[in-house]
Design a protein around this ligand. Structure first.
Ligand code: BGC
Length: 246
């Protein structure tokens, strides 16, 4: 079955049709730059551009980098504050003239990894983390998602964890892999103290270079594994949510 997903990220807004039998894109994705400031009208325009490019006529799944409850966006750590309290599903659905499912970006990536990637067949407590502009989290208990966990905003070394341990923080502070891995290790230790996950899936763009830092995370009880869907996890997870609208 063909569905359609759009992933709103800090640098790009990417979308593609998705083949749900394979959990993969069925056409090359289209990417437009995320407008700055990433205020609602500009982001909605960009999403419309991506969806119209494919002439999509059915439901569309969209990810958002903040808390999403009942179609409303409630936080906006890395996008314009104009999103806070917005009925975003209504906004997108009106602009596209199509049914829309909206969910947190890390939740979407996690759902896709659980179905088609590193989380397949893994029960118990599984924690997916995405390291990018911020840190996203998706928590699963026997495959069931607890949405909007926002664990990137736990306190780490007196700061918001994503300020210290995201991949943007690695670049901002020009940290070596070893120095950054120390911070990620401390973050994971904190998470293990709270949730005792059996598996931690490490995703986000940086997971492509997992061999540079996963071997340095030596103190963990959980099995720490790299994500498998890489850049497409958000799009696939969004498309899975859209398919549920039918
Ligand atoms: C946001 C999360 C999001 C994560 C990754 C955080 O700053 O609060 O909702 O999942 O960034 O984009």
């Amino acid at each position: 079955m063909k569905s359609f997903g759009v992933d709103i990220g800090g640098s790009g807004i990417k979308g593609a049709p998705v083949d749900l039998a394979r959990g993969d894109l069925s056409a090359e994705r289209m990417k437009v730059l995320t407008p700055h400031p990433a205020a609602p009208p500009a982001v909605v325009d960009a999403v419309c551009q991506v969806v119209e490019h494919f002439g999509r006529r059915g439901p569309v799944g969209i990810t958002f980098p903040g808390v999403v409850v009942d179609g409303h966006t409630l936080t906006a750590a890395n996008v314009d504050s104009g999103w806070v309290g917005t009925d975003a599903v209504d906004l997108f659905a009106q602009a596209l003239g199509l049914p829309v499912a909206l969910l947190n970006d890390a939740d979407a990536a996690g759902v896709a990894e659980m179905a088609y990637g590193a989380g397949r067949g893994r029960g118990g407590v599984v924690l997916m983390l995405t390291f990018g502009t911020g840190i996203g989290s998706a928590l699963f208990v026997d495959g069931v998602l607890v949405p909007n966990t926002e664990l990137g905003h736990l306190e780490l070394g007196g700061k918001d964890a994503e300020r210290r341990a995201s991949s943007a923080a690695k670049e901002r502070h020009d940290l070596s892999w070893a120095k950054w891995a120390e911070r990620v290790d401390a973050y994971l230790a904190h998470l293990e103290g709270l949730f005792s996950p059996q598996t931690v899936i490490v995703g986000g763009g940086v997971s492509r270079k997992h061999d540079r830092f996963l071997p340095l995370l030596t103190r963990r009880r959980a099995e720490v594994v790299p994500a498998q869907l890489l850049n497409n996890a958000g799009i696939v997870g969004a498309a899975m949510a859209a398919a549920k609208l039918r």
